[in-house]
Design a protein around this ligand. Structure first.
Ligand SMILES: Nc1nc2c(ncn2[C@@H]2O[C@H](COP(=O)(O)OP(=O)(O)OP(=O)(O)O)[C@@H](O)[C@H]2O)c(=O)[nH]1
Ligand SMILES: [Mg+2]
Length: 276
């Protein structure tokens, strides 16, 4: 047992260890959110090049029930349960986005533009974020299942999605340009498995990678600084906790000391009484 184990709980030590490792390994955290069955887990598998699609479970029913993370090439990908499926799912997704450095919001393009539950979710972010533009800057919107659409539909739907984002967040037109990417995880994985480069290229999965790298380049330093601050704050919090613990132990000790003195006095009184 190290000195630290003696004074901090296992949970506290785990938190410190994760924060320290994230700084040491320079790991960036990316969450993936969106309505259930919209292709989040499939996209995560494509991004980590798991062509057997075993890392993130996929399926036609509500599949992902809790956050699942996987580190690949210094990026921690966090798959989340679909929004609006069960009570607390939205809260869990919001907490995950807040904890992460970047977010990918997946929308099934086969269903047209954003629907009401998605709009509600984005409105919720807009009104609860200290700086909603920061959310937009660090977010990539994905129009998934592009393989089931014609290019003209993809263009129409992407434009509608951009308009919806602008309407909610008031984002300038220009800032939203690279923010909606139409992808096909299915074609990417098929193309990789069957060595069909055109499928891979047209799947646009590499476009997401490029956008992720652009974000890392742009925000990497501030993210690292924020992580260091987070670790420093946690350390301060634990030092405060230990100080409080020490004060409490000191009080207990004083109390016991008083009781001992009282007893000693009583014993000497009794002894004096017996000796009379
Ligand atoms: N045609 C096509 N189908 C896809 C694509 N991506 C995902 N799917 C299918 O969509 C369904 C849902 O995919 P998932 O990746 O499990 O969706 P999810 O958003 O993670 O779902 P939950 O975990 O339930 O929230 C599965 O049947 C996938 O095979 C795609 O690019 N093209
Ligand atoms: Mg899933």
């Amino acid at each position: 047992m190290s000195k630290m184990d003696k004074y901090l709980s296992r949970e506290d030590i785990k938190i410190l260890e994760i924060l320290r490792k994230n700084i040491q390994n320079n790991v960036v955290k990316i969450t993936c959110t969106g309505l259930y069955n919209h292709g989040k887990s499939s996209l995560m598998n494509a991004l980590i090049d798991d062509f057997e699609e075993k890392t993130f479970k996929i399926g036609d029913v509500r599949t992902t029930a809790k956050n699942k993370s996987f580190v690949y090439e210094n990026i921690e990908y966090i798959d989340t349960p679909g929004l609006n499926a069960r009570e607390n799912d939205d809260k869990r997704a919001i907490d995950a986005i807040r904890e992460a450095d970047f977010n990918i919001f997946v929308h099934n393009g086969a269903e047209g533009e954003f629907n009401q539950p998605e709009m509600n979710f984005l409105h919720h972010i807009k009104s609860n974020w200290d700086n909603p533009n920061d959310f937009i800057n660090k977010n990539i919107f994905v129009l998934s299942r592009a393989d089931s659409l014609q290019q003209s539909d993809i263009d129409k739907i992407s434009n509608k999605m951009k308009r919806q984002i602008i309407d909610i967040f008031g984002t300038p037109n220009q800032a939203i340009n690279n923010k909606v990417i139409a992808t096909s995880s299915k074609n990417y994985i098929k193309g990789k498995k069957e060595n069909k480069n055109r499928l891979v290229e047209n799947s646009n999965i590499d476009k997401i990678r490029v956008e992720i790298n652009t974000l890392i380049e742009k925000y990497g330093n501030t993210i690292m600084q924020a992580k260091k601050n987070r670790l420093a704050l946690k350390c301060d919090e634990y030092i405060q906790k230990l100080k409080t613990q020490r004060e409490r132990i000191q009080l207990e000790k004083d109390k016991l000391e008083n009781q001992r003195a009282k007893l000693a006095r009583k014993v000497s009184e009794w002894n004096a009484h017996l000796n009379q």
